[in-house]
Design a protein around this ligand. Structure first.
Ligand SMILES: Nc1ncnc2c1ncn2[C@@H]1O[C@H](COP(=O)(O)OP(=O)(O)O)[C@@H](O)[C@H]1O
Ligand SMILES: [Mg+2]
Length: 469
């Protein structure tokens, strides 16, 4: 696999000062992942000033497989892994990870949080924040951990950047904090010492006490917008003195609701500017136009300084198609015939809001699952990939098919009931943005019933509309 050579600003980013931290922002398709690999290769190269072992870290396992596929052969000095495998490995090396079940998993976490909410509701019956759903608390406690707050005072004083649900300082936050403490108490009675969101604070605590030399001279982060400030801090602290952290991210694609992670993390850029990529190398103009329109919808717009406005690319291609199918069976028929018609020569991805919607649409086809846990290597050959939007993050396909765009699926009912409408819309629109921008050349959007309100205004000419009755 040969990586494209850097062009323009990309070039400078690869060769940024290796003794300082750097932040590179850019929207989808601007070459962040490609340059993250180039940068890692550069920093590991024996001829580079200040070279040393490099950790290239990213969000999910599918993306690790993709990076492994893209990395040039023979670069032994580069380790590629997810943050959670770095954190688990490090805590384990420090003797701080139980042999089994050391991290509370989804179901256990939810059960512990529900227990904690019950406990605090019994103490404070009535209306108010305690009537919110467990899903909301799970998210809020995760956010608190990700910010690294350890006292109620810090939480009370926090500005909720990137989070739209207003939660005023005062009683409401006191109650949330009580739930957090009850949750931690309940968890301390189990084998689990951590959850995914407080792993980073544990890493930081260990790093602070660790007398051994650091393993990595440099750390490069791809998809950094989804890392919490605590994760970013832990990575900045994990590099050798004199080493560097290079952060690549796109806040349009922040799909885990943390928001503004590198700023909150207090990364010191020594007064140097943030690098911004604006040229899109992945999508055709027609697809980029839709993505740009999506990023300007009320749900996604207006999130401040770290959103980079892209330049539309010039590559030509067909307009995206939006098809209203008569019913689910007809929708599946259309999706499958389109997938089959192209999979012989192209990479085709069927992406939907959930696994079941995506696999439901692909049922009976031969396909590969975008499932990081079971993906042993990235397979670049033509064929069909299937997965939820989340799993497609960072990847690209010639042809993307997005079924089930009806309003009953988007926003997802669980998200719609856990958050207020603006926050639910913002989260779900960013997911759609991630999915749309995976398409290199061709995009097919399908739905039955009524279209989701999260897409841009229908009469905008961004797509060709038709019916498949
Ligand atoms: N300088 C370049 N010249 C040609 N193609 C490029 C260049 N930089 C990136 N690309 C291509 O553009 C696409 C998007 O790049 P990628 O690094 O995945 O973007 P991002 O991570 O910002 O979404 C990839 O197919 C990549 O090979
Ligand atoms: Mg990328």
């Amino acid at each position: 696999m040969t990586l494209p050579d850097p062009v323009g600003r990309q070039h400078e980013v690869v060769f940024l000062n290796s003794a300082q931290h750097n932040v590179v922002l850019g929207t989808a398709g601007t070459g962040k992942t490609t340059m993250a690999i180039h940068r890692a290769v550069h920093l590991a190269h024996p001829a580079t000033v200040n070279c040393g072992p490099v950790l290239l870290v990213t969000f999910n396992k599918a993306l690790v497989r993709y990076l492994e596929h893209l990395r040039p052969a023979g670069e032994a000095q580069i380790t590629i892994e997810t943050y959670s495998s770095f954190a688990r490995g490090y805590l384990n090396a420090r003797g701080q990870m139980p042999r089994r079940d050391g991290i509370a998993q989804k179901g256990q976490l939810r059960a512990l949080i529900e227990l904690a909410i019950q406990e605090i509701r019994a103490l404070h019956p009535g209306r108010g924040v305690l009537t919110r759903q467990a899903g909301w608390f799970e998210d809020e406690l995760g956010w608190i951990s990700g910010m690294g707050f350890t006292t109620i005072q810090e939480y009370q004083a926090a500005r909720r950047i990137g989070r739209q649900t207003p939660l005023n300082a005062g009683t409401a936050r006191d109650r949330v904090w009580l739930v957090r403490e009850a949750y931690l108490r309940a968890r301390s009675l189990t084998v689990a010492r951590y959850d995914w969101d407080d792993l980073a604070s544990a890493v930081r605590a260990q790093l602070a006490a660790d007398p051994n030399p650091r393993r990595y001279r440099h750390i490069v982060v791809d998809e950094g917008q989804d890392f919490s400030p605590e994760i970013i801090r832990s990575l900045a602290e994990a590099v050798q003195p004199g080493g560097s952290l290079t952060f690549f991210g796109d806040y349009h694609q922040a799909i885990y609701g943390q928001g503004m992670s590198w700023r909150s993390a207090g990364i010191n850029l020594g007064g140097r500017p943030v690098e911004r990529f604006v040229d899109n190398y992945r999508n055709t103009k027609a697809i980029a136009d839709l993505a740009i329109a999506l990023s300007r919808t009320p749900a996604m717009a207006g999130e401040a300084e770290d959103l980079v406005v892209p330049r539309a690319p010039v590559a030509a291609g067909p307009r995206p198609a939006l098809v209203l199918a008569g019913n689910r069976a007809r929708e599946i028929e259309l999706v499958q015939s389109q997938a089959l018609g192209n999979a012989g020569v192209q990479s085709v991805a069927i992406l939907a809001r959930t696994w079941s919607l995506a696999e439901g649409a692909a049922w009976g086809l031969q396909y590969r699952r975008l499932d990081g846990d079971n993906l042993r290597a990235w397979d670049p050959t033509p064929g069909v990939w299937v997965g939820p939007y989340h799993a497609a993050k960072g990847l690209e396909f010639d042809f993307v098919i997005m079924p089930s765009l009806g309003f009953e699926h988007l926003p997802h009912p669980d998200v719609a009931s856990a958050f207020d409408p603006a926050e639910a819309a913002a989260r779900e629109a960013r997911l759609l943005y991630v999915a749309v921008t995976r398409a290199r050349a061709q995009l097919l959007l399908t739905y039955t019933g009524t279209l989701t309100p999260l897409l841009p205004f229908a009469g905008s000419g961004l797509w060709l509309e038709s019916e498949y009755p």
